[in-house]
Ligand binder design. Structure first.
Ligand SMILES: [Zn+2]
Length: 299
C-alpha cells in the first residue's frame, strides 16, 4: 500500500513512478476532497480500510453469506462481534479484519449505523474514517469546469502558498536573488506575484476593462460568492479568466527567470480570453441563452 501511494505521489509531482521532485504539498492535503482544499484523490490506506468495512457490515448484520458462515464457524462461534478479540494463532488476514472491526465499532454502535435502513457503502465508510474538515471558500472559483486543469492546479498551489516562489526557495536554503524577475522592483512572494507586482496589476486592469468588472484581484473569492447582477455563465467565465491569468502570470515569471523575456500584458490578456472563448465553445453542449452569447461576443 505504501508503494502504491509512493507511485501516485511521484506521478503527481514528477510525471514518473520514480521519485524526482519533492512534493510542494503534502499527500494528506492532496487526498482531501476538492471542496476541502485537496485534489480529491482517494487515500489508498483509508480506502482499503473502508473496503474491508464491508466485511464488518456483513458480520454485524449477520448477512446470509458463505464467508460469514465460515467465519462464525471457525473463529467467532456466535460470540458478539463488538467484543470479539482475535486469537493469537489466527491468520494475518483475520487479525487485520478484526482490527477493522474495532475501528468501525464506534461508527456502527455509537453512530447508529446499524439502526439505519441504509446499506453500508465504501464511500460512507471512507468519509467517516477521514472525518469532517472545513470547506474552502475558493473551491467554486478554482475548480470551475471552464478552467483548464493545469490552470486549476497552479492556482491550487497558489492558494496553499506552495508555489516555488523566490522567498520560499530562499527559506529552503537555495542561494537565489529574492527580487521578482517579472518587475525587478520588489521581493517575490505569493502575494507580490499576483496582487502587488506592477506586471500582474496591469494584466488584471486590462482584463477587468475587457470584462467590464471592477474589483481587486485579492477580492476575487468574495466577489464570486456575492455578485448577483450577472448570469451564472458570465460569473464562471470571469472566474475562469482570472484562474487562467494567474496561471499565465506564473508562466511569464518562469519565462522571465529562465529566458529573460517578458510578454506584453495586453498580448497575454488577449491570449487568455481567446483561449477561454474557444474552450467554452468546445465544452458548451447546451446552446447559449442570447444574452450570454451576446455578452461573450463583446468580451
Ligand atoms: Zn514583481
Amino acid at each position: 500500500m505504501n508503494r502504491i501511494t509512493a507511485i501516485c505521489r511521484n506521478f503527481l509531482w514528477g510525471a514518473s513512478s520514480d521519485y524526482k521532485n519533492p512534493p510542494n504539498i503534502s499527500w494528506g492535503i492532496c487526498c482531501m476532497p476538492k471542496d476541502e482544499g485537496g485534489l480529491g484523490i482517494k487515500e489508498a490506506k483509508t480506502w482499503n480500510k473502508a473496503l474491508l468495512g464491508k466485511y464488518v457490515w456483513w458480520l454485524a448484520n449477520k448477512k446470509d453469506h458463505l464467508w460469514v458462515r465460515w467465519v462464525n464457524h471457525v473463529y467467532m462461534k456466535n460470540s458478539p462481534w463488538t467484543d470479539y478479540k482475535a486469537p493469537s494463532d489466527c491468520s494475518w488476514s483475520w487479525k487485520k479484519i478484526v482490527f477493522i472491526m474495532s475501528l468501525f465499532k464506534q461508527a456502527y454502535v455509537n453512530h447508529h449505523w446499524l439502526n439505519s435502513s441504509h446499506e453500508y457503502t465504501v464511500k460512507a465508510g471512507y468519509d467517516w474514517l477521514r472525518g469532517s474538515h472545513p470547506k474552502v471558500t475558493w473551491y467554486h472559483v478554482f475548480w470551475n469546469r471552464l478552467n483548464l486543469p493545469k490552470s486549476s492546479f497552479i492556482c491550487w498551489e497558489y492558494m496553499h502558498k506552495r508555489l516555488p516562489t523566490r522567498d520560499r526557495l530562499l527559506r529552503m536554503g537555495c542561494p537565489i536573488d529574492p527580487v521578482c524577475s517579472t518587475c525587478c522592483q520588489a521581493d517575490e512572494t505569493h502575494s507580490h506575484l499576483v496582487c502587488e507586482c506592477p506586471y500582474a496589476i496591469e494584466c488584471f486592469r486590462i482584463l477587468h476593462c475587457r470584462l467590464h468588472v471592477n474589483f481587486r484581484v485579492q477580492d476575487l473569492i468574495s466577489w464570486f460568492s456575492t455578485v448577483r447582477r450577472i448570469s451564472k455563465f458570465q460569473k464562471r467565465f470571469i472566474g475562469a479568466c482570472h484562474v487562467a491569468l494567474i496561471y499565465w502570470i506564473w508562466r511569464v515569471r518562469n519565462e522571465a527567470k529562465m529566458n529573460a523575456v517578458l510578454r506584453r500584458p495586453e498580448v497575454l490578456v488577449l491570449q487568455v480570453i481567446h483561449d477561454l472563448k474557444a474552450r467554452v465553445l468546445t465544452l458548451n453542449s447546451a446552446p447559449f441563452v442570447p444574452r450570454d452569447y451576446a455578452w461573450l461576443q463583446n468580451v
